[in-house]
Design a protein around this ligand. Structure first.
Ligand code: SF4
Length: 147
């Protein structure tokens, strides 16, 4: 049997790809991955740059959940979806996924969902997490607190 192949939010691995240029390196995740094949994944940095302004998930009246820049409301949903779909196509044989909690891209049930006035109305999935959960229904997908 081959090695387990784990897709992991790149900021958990020590990459400085967060919006503020920081990392969220997680020693527990790194220790778990020691004997596994790791696929780093960050949907935001390649298309939005680092550092970058904050983005949030907005429950819009007309278009459902969209990811928008806090600063000027630019809708960045489609580029994040593209990044995630490219990953899914490249790694259909992934055996596990570990994502960063609370992120508008990577959070699983922990991401603030805002109304159009910027008030939190619920917690939900980030846009990438949502696509990954749909694409990989049979493997464990969790975050750095639950893997
Ligand atoms: S949480 Fe996801 S999108 Fe944000 S920096 Fe980490 S890997 Fe990139």
């Amino acid at each position: 049997m081959g090695k387990e192949k784990v897709i992991v939010s790149a900021c958990l691995l020590g990459e400085k790809c967060r919006y503020d240029g920081a990392t969220k390196k997680d020693d527990g995740v790194l220790a778990f991955l020691a004997d596994k094949e790791v696929v780093p994944f960050c949907p935001e940095a390649p298309v939005l740059g680092t550092p970058r302004g904050r983005i949030s998930i907005i429950a819009t009246e007309d278009h459902g959940l969209r990811v928008k820049k806090d600063a000027d409301g630019t809708d960045v949903t489609d580029v994040l979806v593209e990044q995630t779909e490219t990953l899914i196509k490249a790694h259909p044989d992934a055996t596990k996924i570990i994502l960063k909690s609370k992120s508008p891209s990577c959070g699983i049930g922990t991401t603030p969902i805002l109304d159009e006035a910027g008030n939190e109305i619920a917690k939900g999935n980030g846009v990438a997490a949502d696509l990954l959960l749909y694409a990989f229904p049979d493997i464990d997908i969790s975050d750095e607190n639950t893997f």
